[in-house]
Design a protein around this ligand. Structure first.
Ligand code: SF4
Length: 265
């Protein structure tokens, strides 16, 4: 079994506890307007232009983004960072794209990580067949679970899919007692409205005690060049970065639900 991966990033500190290696798996069933990783959406390797710096000079490199890996080769790569995991309480995070789009490969690599005693986190949109998610949950120590919009019509408009399955899967994971860190990108004019904040507050109240933490992720336009170079439409072309400090009032309000709120992450 092979999986398609578009990046392996070492020494990450925002994708779960401790120092981690984050594996970005290719393919995503959503198409969020604010996606920072448009190169992770299409499931197969594809031509891509990447900006790189060498000796202070910036140049563009044509490449094929996405490579096939066997689980055992990937495990060998992950194990190179074991000393950092052990010393920091870290581990490996599978992100994307949507890692649950490659369920069999994900299960295989998660099983290997467990055999080696490495902490595992899966960063997911939650848009996955429940049967796959439950099998993966049995092998996952922590879920980083994205919650983008609670109004279903808005969710369809801005991500391309309904949030019903996402919310059902979240309920199931929490009922199973799985550790979940929620991640909520805050996109000005899209999900920072009074109605969306109230719906989020209600959900946090409902699951207070079951959700360890929610990260509020302020919108930033870092991926804009990726869209331009790929000739893809960026619907948020003119949207400015949201300063993290602007999220403090929202964080204070959400903390009243009893869930720990972290800005950024
Ligand atoms: S779920 Fe994540 S990877 Fe997929 S389109 Fe949305 S932001 Fe991008």
């Amino acid at each position: 079994m092979k999986g398609v991966i578009f990046e392996i990033r070492r020494f990450t500190v925002h994708d779960g506890p401790g120092i981690r290696t984050t594996v970005f798996m290719k393919g995503c069933p959503l198409s969020c307007w604010w996606c920072h990783n448009p190169e992770g959406q299409f499931p197969q390797p594809e031509p891509w232009t990447r900006t790189e710096k060498l000796d202070g000079k910036v140049f563009e490199k044509q490449m094929i983004i996405g490579q096939e890996w066997t689980a055992s080769d990937l495990m060998t790569e992950i194990l190179k960072d074991r000393v950092f995991f052990d010393e920091s309480g870290g581990g490996v995070t599978f992100s994307g794209g949507e890692p649950l789009m490659q369920p069999a490969f994900l299960m295989e690599i998660l099983s290997l990580c467990h055999k080696h005693g490495i902490h595992t986190a899966v960063d997911t949109s939650g848009f996955s067949p429940t049967e796959d998610l439950m099998k993966i949950a049995a092998l996952t120590d922590l879920f980083l679970y994205d919650l983008k919009l609670l109004d279903d019509k808005l969710h369809v408009k801005y991500t391309g899919v309904s949030n019903r399955l996402i919310l059902e899967n979240l309920h199931l994971l929490l009922d199973l007692g799985k550790p979940v860190w929620l991640r909520h990108p805050v996109i000005p004019g899209i999900n920072d409205t009074f109605g969306e904040k109230e719906r989020l507050k209600e959900l946090l109240k409902q699951f207070s005690g079951k959700i360890s933490v929610i990260n509020l992720l302020p919108y930033h336009s870092i991926a804009m060049n990726k869209y331009r170079k790929a000739g893809r439409t960026n619907y948020l072309e003119s949207l400015k970065d949201l300063p993290a400090s602007d999220l403090q009032p929202m964080a204070d309000e959400l903390e009243e639900t009893g869930v720990k709120v972290i800005i950024g992450g």
